[in-house]
Ligand binder design. Sequence first.
Ligand code: ZN
Ligand code: ZN
Length: 368
Amino acid sequence: MGTDDAFAELGLASGASQGEVKAAWRRLASQWHPDRNGSADAVVRMQRINQAFEEIRRAGFSAPSSSSEPSAADHDAPASHPPTDPTTGHAEQDAGETAFDDDTATRRQRRPIHRKVKLSLEEAAAGCIKVLRGKLTQTCATCEGAGHQVLGGNCARCGGSGAVHKRSFFGWPTGTAECEACLGGGIARQPCAACRGSGKTAARAYQVKVRIPAGVRHGDLLHVDGRRLRPERLAADLEIRIELLPHAFFTLDDDGTLRCEIPVDGFAWLAERPVPVPTLAGLRPLQPSRSRVSYCLEGQGFPTARGGAHGDQWVTLVPVFPQQLSTDQQILLDQLCATTSGAGGRGVDNRLDAWRRGLRAWERGLGG
Ligand SMILES: [Zn+2]
Ligand SMILES: [Zn+2]
């Protein structure tokens, strides 16, 4: 019975308030209870009224319509003991415990299992397989999740009125309260023996492998059909939210461009020594040039779209020089400068010669 049907069974519009539901149920229960109603369909009718009440109660009174989806917060509670993922060595994501309905003929399940998967940039770029572990509980088949079974007959606690007298500390009656034994219905019920009143089966551990496609981004949602999972099928689908872990070197632009800054020995950079550069595919040597610090590694970036071609990687070299020079270094640098700037030194290139001439002409103009 869907929630809309349940409201209809009680003669209410979908989204009726808790008070309206309880009042309608009490009225119908007193009308149709087999103890009070001798008609042939009283038992069946009473069962349907009870089912409808349980369905609405289970869906939550605040639910405005037939939507009984739980909020994601129900499922994203972090696990206290995250197991380790053997395929990657990464700590496993929140192994939440998730409730979902039985795989019945009418509905396979209604709630997907919400999971978060944390990926390194390398894993996200190449795609990977993640092992997800968690626990599932299923709705108890015996009581259909209600946690109790309706026995029929008047509730022993309240005698069928649905209300009990509250008493003050001194034993004086101080009004009435809803009977907890029958939830105000006045009909005898007992906790379900199969599920010990919880409405759910005992949590069962699951472990599935999920293929993460190449090129997923932070915040992406992957919907995985639970029936296609291996090594075991799940009766619920998985809704996986991707989280990209911050990277030690790389930042990622929206267009798939990957950027990294690499500090290099300034002298080695002047000498144009190759620099080992990290890429998503591993280290590769970069041949620097003294004339520039930025380099584009074409096609070495992140996929521009899921499963698409890779963007570029931009590498910026940051030449680093010693704060304090040793005497030897100072002597060597003085010698080096003398080769270009000192008496008899050879100019570095035409740009510098032109600049020097222009500077002298400008200075003369100021003096005149
Ligand atoms: Zn049960
Ligand atoms: Zn009662």
